[in-house]
Design a protein. Sequence first.
Length: 632
Amino acid sequence: MGSIMHEIDEEILRLTTTLIRQQKQDGSWRFCFENGVTIDAYTIILLRVLKIENEEELIRQLHDRILAAQRPEGYWQWYQDEKNGNLSLSVEAYYALLYSRYSQSMDEPLQRAERYIRSQGGLGKITSILTRSILAATGQAKWPRSLTSIPLEMLLLPDSFPINFFEFSGYSRVHLAPMLIMADRRYSARTEDTPDLDVLLVERASPVEPPSRGFQEWLDQLHSGMNKLIGAPHALHEAAIAKAERFMLERIEADGTFYSYASSTVLMILALLALGYDNKHPLVTHALYGLTGMCYRTADGMTIQNSPSAVWDTALLSYALQESGTEEHHLAIQQASSYLLALQHSKLGDWSRHNPNPVPGGWGFSESNTINPDVDDTTAALRAIRSLARSDSTFRESWNLGLNWVLSMQNQDGGWPAFEKNVDKELLTWVAIDGAKSAAIDPSEADLTGRTLEYLGNSAGFDERQLFVKRGTQWLADHQEEDGSWYGRWGICYIYGTWAALTGLTAVIRSPERNESIRKGADWLLRIQNADGGWGESCSSDRLRRYVPLGESTPSQTAWALDALIAVHSQPTDAMNRGIRRLISSLHEDRWAVSYPTGAGLPGHFYVHYHSYKYIWPLLALSHFRKKYEGH
């Protein structure tokens, strides 16, 4: 035990020293939120559509990164073990390379990409609604029926109607509104400079498939509600267009971005063009400024982050440092806490429409985000400022506001959502849009519920004697998989959900050693441990909704599994010791598994490599191991 503790001490010292050195002057940490090449591709396409002349260097850098990410087989993929590549991503990459004008259709890499895309069925087989919308908006395809069949008048339906616009998740709304505007106008920005993608059409005309029974039922209910609207059809349609435009404009952040997401900002700019805005309109140029401001230079080149993670990273890293033994009066902790304090939300956002206690107090994911807080970032920030809240009245007031906001966000079913309360109507998942089941609603999730319970127990001092805690533990018990795991929505995937659930349950249950759910979850983690002592799960789990082993160990997933087992076991086991040694060794390796994406966005279509995760979760796991077992 002495030997492993010595290794842990050395690694904690190395990590903390590195992190303190990397902190920015304003108290933040700014690691890359890396999300494949899709946003890079959208940015190139948008810059060419707008005929921007002063961003050639950025276009060239984005082009080079996209080209370097191509696999020898011709495709692009979201993750290393994504078999046969990703058709939608490959089309986006091919289109952007061609549109950049730094690659030509007869170049060997584009020829390989063309052969791959055609072998997969061509443009007609693309499932991503974002890809299909970008293609339609730039004249490469017709607008998909899944969008043209949804009338804009839906935005006029009152909140009391069961399937009104605000019953969709916030993430869906900010992408759906600009897409519906463009689909309504059948907008096409195709010009003489637009590349021709006809070579990617395998079948020129595909029979129109009838809508699914569920989608048709959804449309029928939608039209039933619209029939109750009072007004001439033309006037109602004009009112709906105006409301959709206003919806976007009212959610533009100070940096010009739409809801602080790059993807929705790209769509908003195109929608503004569809509404008649000029390329040089201040709203367009400001949005473009915000979009290009999301650049990050990595070892692989320049990329555009979909949503920079400065708040998330700073909160988690400050907390991890404190767990490792860094005192609250240390300058790094003081500066990080002050940074977080200044970014607590003070304005009402869309979350308040469903919340009967609309008092601001949450935190968002990005620095520019002022109206879209989420439960996970809020509990992360509250963990980070806890020590100062004990002695400083300003931080105590901030803590109380944040705690009350988190409690007010609990769903009726007892679990916690990410962004909005009780936005969980299954009817909305019937929309004929790929990924709607995951993106259309914002239901309770095991990772959010577990993380919230962990905060409430270990940081706020609550336990299962409080009814709101008891309801949360019951939700987790009811949603455990038969094998003992839990599905996690925002990380990969069953390891992530099981870690969150186990650390949450052990934090609030008074006799965790006798809890059957905890035992089953811990046993499942031990069953899936790799031979090398670590843990690793494929992003395919997210799409297939079952655990798929990666075959390699990743630092963050190994740390999650260890942290969960540390929370459960009163004494270290051989399996945990092997895991600790594998975790430490992985932090000194430069292999693909170290940068494997373990953050989830949209199953099959969006995954995240958090550059901060090789510091945050290993430091937490090592610190918790030392804190709990040092006397053994």
